[in-house]
Structures are given as structure tokens and as C-alpha cells.
Design a protein around this ligand. Sequence first.
Ligand code: RIB
Ligand code: CA
Length: 316
Amino acid sequence: MTYPTARKVIIDTDPGQDDAVAILLALASPEEIDLLGITCVAGNVPLSRTEANARIICEVAGRNDVKVFAGRAAPLSRALVTAEQVHGKTGLDGPELFEPAILLQPQNGVDFIIDTLRTEAPGTVTLCPLGPLSNIAAAFQAAPDIIERVQEIVLMGGAYFEVGNITPAAEFNIYVDPEAADIVLKSGIKITMMPLDVTHKALTTRPRIEALRALNNRAGPFTAEMLDFFERFDMAKYGSDGGPLHDPCVIAYLIQPELFAGRHINVEVETRSELTLGMTVADWWGVTDRAANALFMADIDADGFFTLITQRLARL
Ligand code: RIB
Ligand code: CA
């Protein structure tokens, strides 16, 4: 069943435990999200794992009907950089994994994005990238006519005051494919960004994880086991009392935008300097005359965010 209030959405993703929670939240929210498909990209782990992980997550949600596509196995023009140190070798370390029954769609994810944007009415499809922007940029390069048909891009990526997580200057999703990020940021499409500045305020504290573990279904305990593993890397790195739950911020924004606050500013990305490659240069104080091109989020109601996730995942 689709609801008249629901947005048509394509999630582009590199699961990744936090991506997985974002997918579960989307699947649990049909009133707000009509999920047209999930396109997978290489990022946290290679494409062969990200597409398998996306299918696993749909099965954990009891949604073997969801269309899952494999897109690009590498950035547009650079070698792939992965993050097994954060997510584990499978990309979904923590819970016991399994071979999903859901089959991968035969169509390439980039072609699915192009075909969907050409088929759906202009301005009715929102793209939600949760990983490197390689699939999105490749679709725009192959079919420039689809750019003006996109309703909005709500993405997880970038950092400014929070600085980088994969280098001192860059956030992982942007760093892996800075050329792709440059194409997206210069596309002219309405963009909402969830950078580390906001995601680092959404920490998986112990009570928040235990609330998920206590859910009387498969998704709750599975999610708690994913987060038990996922949080350890950032807790050791930052000395924080939880790990930042990055990607679900994108989906929560579609459901409850009032949980977030930010500024509409100019954001550009470094694509040449070795030292600061992938850095998102956010003109937060308006010191340039560069046109604003993104709503750059900086604050979140973290309790409201985790309450939303727990209440919605309880539905699965
Ligand atoms: O920097 C955090 C981002 O990189 C998240 O999307 C996480 O899943 C990884 O892809
Ligand atoms: Ca991700």
C-alpha cells in the first residue's frame, strides 16, 4: 500500500550498519516514504558486499518485495577506498548474517536511477544517497536530462566544523568520490546535506541501543547487534559514549524534518589538493558571494531522533 502523503524515494547506499538502520527506518515508514528501489554502491565495503547487505536488511525487515540493484563498483575516476576498519569485513559485522533469498535485480543501479527519473513525473522523485555519490553522478553524466526531473537530494556526507573522519579534512562519502560530489553539488538540484556536524550529535548510547534490543521482533535485536559492533570504532577514536548514527538522519529528515536545523549556504568540494581532497568547504558565515546550493544541517533533537527510530522499527 502507498499513501498519498508519501514521497517517491530511491535510496543509494553502501551498507554499512548505519545505512542498514536507515533502510529499516524507510521500510517502516510507508506513510512518508514510497521506496521505489535501493541502488547499491561500493564504499564502506566492495559492491559485492554492499548489495548482499542491502538484500539481507530487506529480508530482516520481512520485505522480500523490495527491488535491490547493484550500481558502480568504483568511483568515477579514482581507486576505491573502503572502511572495513569501521564496519568489519562483511560491512555488516555484529549480528549473524545469512544468504538472503531476495535476488539482485538484473538491471544496473545507475540505469534504474535514469529510467525511474524518466518514467516518474518530473519533480516527484527524491534521491537519498547514503554513501559515495558515484551512482548519482554517473547517472547525471549518462543522462543529463534527468537532472531537472529530480525533486530533491537528501544525502549524508561532508563536514565543516566537525572536520574530517577519513582524513583530517574530509568525510568518507565525499572523500571516496570527490569528483562525483562536485557534480552533485553543482547540479542545481535542491540539496539537503547531513554532514558530520549533525550526525556526530546522534550517538548510539547504551540506553538507546537497549531500547532497540528490547523490541519484540527480528529487526530490533538485529539492529542492536549491528550497533554494538559499529559504535566501538568511533567510541575508541573520539572517547564518546556512543557511535554517530549517520545515515538514518537522511531518512528521519523525510519523516520529521523538525528534528533538524541548519543553514542554506554555499558548499563546494576540494577535488585537486592531496592534502584536503574531499573537503567540503561550507560558507557558513557567508564570507563569499558564492550562491547557496545546499541546506547544511548542524543540529538535531537526538532524543526525538532515537525515539522515532525505535517506534518505527517496532512496526517491522
Ligand atoms: O562518514 C560516514 C559515512 O561513511 C556513512 O554513510 C557511513 O555509512 C559511511 O558510508
Ligand atoms: Ca553509508
